[in-house]
Design a protein around this ligand. Structure first.
Ligand SMILES: Nc1nc2c(ncn2[C@@H]2O[C@H](COP(=O)(O)OP(=O)(O)OP(=O)(O)O)[C@@H](O)[C@H]2O)c(=O)[nH]1
Ligand SMILES: [Mg+2]
Length: 361
């Protein structure tokens, strides 16, 4: 999974990136003129995988991972610089974290002179809408000229009609994700990688005075709810410091605050939820591995994550739900209890399924 971090300048994107990836990207360099992109990978924490590994002692344990992309601040007019640069980078991600500055700190002057989370969130949304509008307008011009040339009228006509609807929404300031497109329409737009069609989670970057794991800014939360987005308050600065601690130190630090996990884990879970992702597991003495799958995928789609041969030669899947596996203490115990299942191609894989694929190539 690939997730992009966006926001206005100096709102704390790189600080959040460091908190999420335990990275050391440079922060606080607004105005340095260097438009550099930071990339990092985070392993997805999963107690279930940890249990499987403690059971099998495999040579290798492979958690799922999330790739984060941190781009420079988007300023009014960023989108006009065209497809080059950061907007183009963002088109490749599956979901966006939109960071909004909530913290107040005289040491970091706000580019607009005052801290106003709702204003900022709206301003960034407007920039993303502009960026999408440019893509849509360009394509509409192209379609028009192709239609004049007498090219494939039916397909082009359908595309034009859809794009005109999208254009009208964007012109009214509505992100495409709120247009209520059906699956087919969303699929038809995939090639344009519209930014406002991507699932988005709002991150309120709250200050040190807000308790970690607190509720964040109420107005910003209401704004997010209104826009149909998830909202998570994160104290990016402190979380970035925690991310640099050893696991032991971090645990003790969080425990003192009455917390069980760093924000990193909450953000990753929110990204999984927003994208409707689930995990299934393969296991054994060689490797225990967590696989990421879109909810409602069938057994063949799950198999194809592992290898196209397994999907092609799929016979059946042997499945034990993780909870049953853990409660019984072993695969064989699950088998004997009758809670072990044989499933065919159409089986819809569930979060936490432990799977052995039977296939023939
Ligand atoms: N007090 C406080 N300062 C913060 C917090 N988060 C970020 N900062 C500071 O704000 C400044 C900007 O943070 P960055 O993480 O570089 O912000 P950015 O969004 O990546 O900035 P650009 O990439 O330049 O747009 C830095 O000096 C950070 O130390 C916070 O939660 N509290
Ligand atoms: Mg930055």
């Amino acid at each position: 999974m690939k997730v992009g971090i966006v926001g206005l300048p100096s709102c704390g994107k790189s600080t959040l990136f460091n908190a999420l990836t335990r990275g050391k990207a440079e922060t606080g360099r607004f105005g340095s003129g260097r438009a550099e992109v930071n990339r990092g990978r985070t392993l997805v924490p999963d107690d279930r995988l940890a249990w499987l590994a403690s059971h099998y002692h495999p040579k290798k344990t492979s958690p799922a991972s999330v790739d984060f992309l941190d781009v420079p601040g988007i300023t009014p007019g960023s989108s006009e610089k065209g497809s080059a640069g950061l907007i183009a980078d963002l088109r490749t991600v599956e979901a966006l974290l939109h960071v909004v500055r909530v913290f107040d700190d005289a040491a970091t002057p706000h580019p607009d002179g005052s801290v106003d989370p709702v204003r900022d969130a709206g301003n960034l949304e407007t920039e993303l809408i502009f960026a999408d509008l440019m893509v849509v307008e360009k394509r509409l011009e192209r379609i028009q000229s192709d239609l004049k040339k007498g090219l494939d009228k039916r397909a082009l006509g359908a595309e034009q009609e859809l794009l005109l609807r999208v254009q009208a929404a964007l012109e009214e300031g509505m992100p495409v994700r709120r247009l209520g497109l059906n699956d087919e329409e969303a699929h038809a737009l995939r090639g344009y990688a519209l930014l406002t069609l991507k699932p988005m989670i709002l991150i309120g970057n709250v200050g040190e005075d807000e308790p970690l794991g607190g509720t964040g800014d109420a107005k910003l939360r209401a704004w997010a709810e209104e826009a149909g987005m998830g909202y998570l308050p994160v104290a990016a600065q402190i979380e970035a410091e925690i991310a640099q601690m050893s696991d032991e130190e971090a645990r003790a630090f969080l425990e003192d605050l009455g917390l069980t996990e760093p924000s990193r884990d909450r953000v990753i879970r929110a990204a999984f939820d927003t994208l409707s992702l689930i995990s299934f597991f393969t296991f054994g003495e060689d490797e225990c591995k967590a696989w990421t799958l879109t909810r409602n995928s069938d057994a063949v789609e799950a198999a194809s994550k592992i290898h196209s041969d397994i999907a092609r030669g799929f016979i059946r899947a042997e499945i034990v739900a993780f909870d049953v596996f853990e409660a019984g203490g072993s695969w064989n115990a699950a088998k004997e209890s009758g809670k072990h299942r044989l499933e065919g191609k159409e089986y819809v894989v569930q979060d936490g399924d432990c799977v052995i694929f039977r296939f023939n190539v």
